[in-house]
Write a protein that binds this ligand. Structure first.
Ligand SMILES: NC(=O)c1ccc[n+]([C@@H]2O[C@H](COP(=O)([O-])OP(=O)(O)OC[C@H]3O[C@@H](n4cnc5c(N)ncnc54)[C@H](O)[C@@H]3O)[C@@H](O)[C@H]2O)c1
Length: 312
């Protein structure tokens, strides 16, 4: 059991992360611009202010900090504002955490760092994407997330092995209520996203259940002393958010990735979680078929998923 401070705790992902960590017996400190009045250990704070971040994190004295607070939607604000906000949030939170003697720090990045969806074109060198593929952010949001990763690495370089840090790139987050029909981050339902592949294609059909991200973070925090410092992890579902294999869908919806996508047979997703499986022994527990009550994938699809997990 640890005392874990979560920034962005009121958000789409934060609410599930807080719930899962509390279920697992952690003492959770919530920090966001606004927090539920009825929550005991919850603090309203604007973390773009360095002194505020120092006060709230220094005052809470957590064992670990999970930094989720951000402007989380590309182009939802002017580019400069997204870059300035997310970069200063990541820097201030990690600076305040190391100054307060916090030993474990994890920051949220995003798969958008890979650069898919660029109007200038994007052709992956290979699929599925792994953490060692060169990032090519093409907008301020993706750049701000790469900066968060680099900031995490900077503090590891500065503090050495005494502080254990990591970053993670969650795929398109589906909160529990969204399986029941609540709107997802892009303003449509999961079912609409499945029915119209054009909606999911810009994110290369990636997704992850928010509770699985909570479970990933619980596992990661426990493992931080035992894995190499300053790692970055892709965190996704074991399958693609699509009713047909990506090898069939990509040529139509993401033509530049068509050749690389020929590897993506069965239910194989475009984002590999093999590193999280290998280093942490973590696997997601939820997938869209079980959550939506649709027929499970065939045995051969399951086999393809587990083989993907054994590689890397
Ligand atoms: N939702 C996704 O699909 C997705 C995918 C990849 C990465 N991420 C990353 O995961 C994290 C959480 O995303 P989310 O979907 O829960 O977003 P969200 O917008 O639902 O939550 C973000 C939270 O951060 C808070 N916040 C913003 N500015 C703040 C400030 N100045 N001080 C304190 N708190 C502030 C907001 O109030 C909000 O509650 C973000 O870092 C996001 O970039 C999300």
């Amino acid at each position: 059991m640890s005392r874990i401070l979560v920034t962005g705790s009121s958000g789409r992902l934060g609410r599930s992360v807080v719930a899962v960590l509390a279920e697992r017996g952690h003492e959770v400190v919530e920090v966001d611009l606004t927090v539920p009045a009825e929550h005991a250990d919850a603090y309203a704070a604007d973390l773009t202010e360095p002194a505020v971040a120092a006060d709230v994190i220094g005052g809470a004295k957590p064992d670990a900090v999970i930094h989720l607070a951000a402007i989380a939607v590309p182009f939802s604000a002017p580019e400069q504002h997204i870059l300035r906000t997310n970069a200063s949030l990541a820097f201030n939170v990690m600076q305040a955490a190391v100054d307060a003697g916090v030993r474990k720090i994890v920051t949220a990045s995003s798969p958008t760092v890979f650069g898919y969806g660029s109007p200038a074109g994007w052709a992956p060198e290979r699929l599925p994407l792994t953490e060692d593929v060169q990032p090519r952010p093409w907008n301020a949001y993706a750049l701000s997330k790469l900066l968060a990763e680099r900031t995490m690495e900077m503090f590891a370089a500065q503090r050495g092995e005494a502080v254990r840090l990591a970053a993670f790139r969650p795929c398109y987050v589906i909160a529990p209520e969204e399986w029941q029909g609540a709107l997802t981050q892009q303003g449509h339902t999961v079912a609409q996203r499945l029915d119209d592949p054009a909606l999911s294609a810009p994110a290369l059909f990636n997704y992850v259940d928010a509770r699985d991200v909570g479970d990933f973070l619980h596992t990661l925090i426990a493992a931080l002393d035992d894995i190499p410092n300053a790692q970055t992890f892709i965190v996704g579902a074991a399958d693609a958010l699509a009713r047909r294999p990506l090898a069939e869908l990509m040529p139509q919806y993401v033509p530049a990735a068509a050749e690389a996508a020929q590897e993506l047979t069965g239910t194989t997703p475009a984002f590999s979680i093999a590193k999280a499986r290998r280093l942490l022994g973590w696997s997601p527990a939820h997938d869209w078929r079980t959550e939506l009550g649709e027929a499970p994938a065939s045995e051969s699809d399951r086999l393809a998923e587990s083989l993907e997990g054994s590689g890397w």
